[in-house]
Design a binder for this molecule. Structure first.
Ligand SMILES: Nc1nc2c(c(=O)[nH]1)N[C@H]1C(S)=C(S)[C@@H](COP(=O)(O)OP(=O)(O)OC[C@H]3O[C@@H](n4cnc5c(=O)[nH]c(N)nc54)[C@H](O)[C@@H]3O)O[C@H]1N2
Ligand SMILES: Nc1nc2c(c(=O)[nH]1)N[C@H]1C(S)=C(S)[C@@H](COP(=O)(O)OP(=O)(O)OC[C@H]3O[C@@H](n4cnc5c(=O)[nH]c(N)nc54)[C@H](O)[C@@H]3O)O[C@H]1N2
Ligand code: SF4
Ligand SMILES: [Mo]
Length: 769
């Protein structure tokens, strides 16, 4: 039997290592998917440092989705009301080149936009940046990370001087107190949660606090669940800081030596006394005090967050307010402590490293910084000023650019915006106006395909070799193990071919994805995300490796400080204070690399200090009122992945979660005369949806919850985002996808049987193409 092939799970940012074995070699009878195709076998990779052999239902069943409803050939049409016709790759690529030239000539290069995804491999991301930002000269590349991690990115950059989650998964087993805010870790990052829960169960002194308006599976496991009202996170965080300050539970040495701007922050938190905060958050005063006491009594606090924090019109402020708590208590850069954003998608981290948002460049550089642009231009061997100094269009302004006619070509890849963007009625209307939309996906049909002029078939997970980085900065090689169906190609190859046809032959003369990666890592040299020591070959041989991973190993802490991109040296005072001996372990010369960032208390800001930020709470962008009296919140279920292009086609998953629903508290249900399973029409100012009611105390009164997963292909009036609005954080531009104001209209009971579960499973798990 041949060796299993090592790869990474293509779903969430936990990044579990997988081993894949060919259908006929498992020793048992060949397993087959529901179509009768022999199925690749998947199991957890025990050697993977992040997951140690564990997988959840999604990773375990992913192979079942590989042959269903695949997009196999390029297809084109002149207008959206026509049928697609199959075309050759040559015709498809020539059409793209012609369209790009045309938009450049008529509207200028900024009429061209690409909207990509955290489900790209790093090579896909990198080639897209080189094509758009380097060769074409527009920064109009954005990714679905804008809807996901961009508040965390902005928070890290502003507080620490650069992006990069500072903690690692080993901290899950070393913390005294896990502070989980706006994350349903148990369902969305299950293997991270399992590690934490084991540690929590084994050690009674370890505390777990969960801050979430819903009593999720995560909250069930907590010592303390703070069911705050949606949008009151900053009140809560400032309220905890207020108490810590009042009790003198600060780390003055850390504040003095390693941070700046504490005074202003200290002033702001004076305005958050516990009585006011508890009232605003809708929680008990003693629960608030308990949370602060856990913070005060714990040696090491590890905060984790995801969309309940990021997807907010004050997302960056929330992230920075979490970081403030860590800075004021010195809870960073040591085992078991730190602010830790849990990345959503499998390679959203790789995207950030490769510069995959409209305001950033490869190697954790930013578009607005002239020397960053010059460095990238040099490495790309392009004339100076090739890269525009102006940040490109973010995801939502690509949509508004279609409305105004400023976007002449939209290229969408590895994301399904006709389900996942806010304000879908408006989004779809804008997509209908697009002069030319290219849609590059692995599956057909998807909701977004209905808005495309040209469909390009993408090779997906297992059909191409490339790199992904998980939440804890661990980089894994994902090896190809099967042939792409039909004529599907890896995303990077498609981008490179268009580049060559546009005349950039030298720039895109890559023989393999290994060569692409080789070039990319050069751009990370001496940057905070230095991975110049990584190659496909090394990762294949040694398994997954965490960055920073420079080419030459650093042996001395002072030489690291000198090497540090901002030149941030550790002050003599800091060294003498002995503050860092504990952070560094006994070995003062241990390099501050890998595992945890900022172990030496030096940050990537100009003066090496982390910055406090003082924010007042603003609340929700669309507060409730008499007409729309409920807050709607939207999130995920354990079994499904986003817009269900894979999980909706896997019978085992559809059997467990066949249909969407609306969670409502018994008190609200009683008041409105709502019965279990009764269809409820949810209306917002922008659209409506219909969902069977699920009456549960797991949701706070005044709030209702629906899952995000069911787009137009999977149900009627089940799209969550027809209800949401596009109001976004002014810093990160991340839309407030977590909350909007709605009203509920109970429908007649006779309409309530409109979901036939068996029929749904039959319909969706059968192949259409
Ligand atoms: N099973 C599964 N796992 C996934 C994914 C998936 O589709 N399915 N997607 C992946 C991706 S891309 C992402 S981004 C992550 C997302 O992972 P999570 O962020 O954990 O998931 P969500 O369910 O979107 O939202 C988390 C919680 O935020 C809470 N929340 C809502 N409003 C507020 C608020 O104002 N304050 C606070 N504190 N909490 C609030 C919600 O009640 C919800 O329980 O999951 C990843 N993992
Ligand atoms: N209301 C609300 N809306 C949300 C959210 C929320 O919490 N609430 N969450 C937001 C977040 S955090 C996210 S991340 C987004 C996710 O939203 P999307 O990105 O739209 O969701 P996916 O279903 O993951 O779409 C990925 C697409 O890529 C395709 N694909 C898979 N692999 C490949 C590949 O290798 N190449 C190519 N070209 N295609 C591939 C899949 O078939 C699928 O169509 O949704 C956002 N929208
Ligand atoms: S926890 Fe995430 S990465 Fe791990 S198997 Fe599940 S979906 Fe895949
Ligand atoms: Mo996400």
């Amino acid at each position: 039997m041949s060796e299993p092939i090592k790869t990474l799970c293509p779903y969430c940012g936990v990044g579990c290592g997988l081993e894949v074995m060919p259908p006929a070699q498992t020793g048992k009878a060949t397993s087959r998917d529901s179509e009768g195709n022999p199925m690749w076998q998947v199991r957890g990779d025990r050697d993977h440092p992040s997951s140690k052999g564990k997988v959840c239902i999604k990773g375990g069943t992913v192979a079942e989705s590989l042959n269903k409803d695949r997009l196999k050939y390029p297809m084109m049409r002149d207008s959206l009301n026509q049928e697609f016709r199959r075309v050759s790759w040559d015709e498809a690529l020539e059409t793209i080149v012609h369209r790009i030239e045309e938009v450049k000539a008529t509207q200028g290069v900024d009429g061209i936009c690409m909207y990509g995804s955290g489900q790209f491999q790093t090579e896909d991301y990198y080639i897209a940046q080189k094509l758009l930002k380097g060769c074409l000269g527009t920064n109009n590349f954005d990714a679905n990370s804008r809807l996901c991690m961009s508040s965390a990115v902005a928070g890290y950059i502003q507080s620490f001087g650069s992006d990069g989650p500072p903690a690692c998964y080993d901290d899950l087993e070393e913390t005294d107190c896990a502070f989980l805010i706006g994350t349903n870790t148990a369902e969305c990052h299950p293997i991270v949660f399992n590690r934490l829960r084991m540690h929590h169960k084994k050690n009674r002194s370890v505390k777990m606090i969960v801050v979430d308006p819903r009593k999720t599976q995560t909250a069930e496991a907590a010592d303390l669940h703070l069911a705050i009202k949606p949008g009151t996170d900053i009140d809560l965080l400032n309220g905890i800081a207020h108490l810590l300050m009042k009790w003198g539970e600060l780390d003055p040495l850390y504040i003095d030596e390693c941070t700046a701007d504490f005074t202003k922050y200290a002033e702001i938190i004076q305005h958050y006394p516990p009585e006011i905060v508890a009232g605003r958050c809708g929680i008990d005063l003693n629960h608030l005090e308990q949370a602060a006491r856990y913070w005060a009594e714990s040696e090491n606090v590890l905060s984790m967050w995801s969309m309940g924090v990021n997807q907010s019109s004050e997302g960056t402020a929330k992230v920075r307010t979490i970081i403030n708590l860590h800075l004021m208590t010195g809870n960073i850069g040591k085992p078991g402590a730190g602010p830790f954003s849990l990345t959503g998608q499998p390679n959203a981290m790789g995207g950030r490293e490769a510069g995959g948002l409209a305001h950033i460049l490869p190697g954790y550089r930013v578009v607005k910084n002239p020397s960053h642009r010059a460095e990238v231009e040099q490495l790309w061997k392009l004339p100076s000023d090739s890269i525009s100094p102006i940040p490109g269009r973010d995801a939502w302004s690509m949509i508004t650019g279609l409305e105004t006619g400023d976007v002449g070509l939209l290229w969408i890849a590895a994301t399904n915006p006709a389900v996942s963007m806010p304000d879908l009625v408006r989004t779809k209307k804008a997509l209908l106006k697009s002069p030319f939309t290219i849609y590059q996906d692995a599956y057909y049909p998807t909701e977004t395909a209905a808005y495309a002029h040209l469909l390009l078939p993408a090779a997906q997970w297992g059909e191409k070799t490339g790199i992904m980085t998980n939440s804890e900065r661990v980089v894994t090689l994902c090896s190809q193990f099967r042939q792409p169906p039909g004529q599907a190609k890896p995303d990077w190859e498609i981008f490179a071919e268009v580049g060559r046809r546009l005349g950039f032959t030298k720039e895109f003369a890559f023989a393999s994805s290994a060569a692409v990666y080789q070039e990319f890592v050069q751009l990370t040299k001496s940057r905070p995300c230095d991975m110049s020591g990584l190659t496909h070959g090394r990762l294949r041989q040694q398994g997954a490796i965490q960055w920073p991973c420079p080419l030459e190993e650093v042996t001395d802490i002072n030489s690291f400080a000198l090497q540090c991109p901002t030149g941030g040296n550790i002050s003599q005072n800091k060294k003498e204070s002995g503050l860092f001996s504990s952070l560094l372990g006994n070995n003062k010369t241990e390099p501050p690399k890998a595992k945890r960032l900022y172990t030496n208390g030096t940050f990537n800001t100009a003066d090496g200090r982390a910055k406090f930020a003082a924010f007042h709470s603003k609340g929700l962008a669309e507060p409730i009122d008499n007409e729309y009296p409920f807050v709607l919140t939207i999130g995920r279920l354990y079994e499904h992945w986003h817009t269900m292009t894979r999980t909706g086609r896997i019978p085992k998953i559809m059997k467990r979660q066949p249909k969407p629903f609306m969670e409502i508290h018994p008190k609200d249900a009683q008041r409105l005369g709502i019965e279990e399973e009764q269809m409820i029409e949810i209306q917002s100012r922008r659209g409506l949806g219909r969902f069977p009611a699920k009456i549960t105390k797991a949701i706070a009164t005044g709030t209702v919850f629906i899952p995000m997963h069911w787009g137009a292909l999977w149900g009627e009036n089940t799209e969550a985002n027809v209800l949401t609005h596009p109001e976004a954080c002014p810093i990160s531009l991340e839309p407030e996808l977590k909350a909007c104001a709605v009203k509920l209209i109970p429908m007649g009971l006779e309409q309530s049987a409109s979901f036939d579960e068996q029929e749904l499973i039959q319909e969706h798990c059968a192949t259409r193409s």
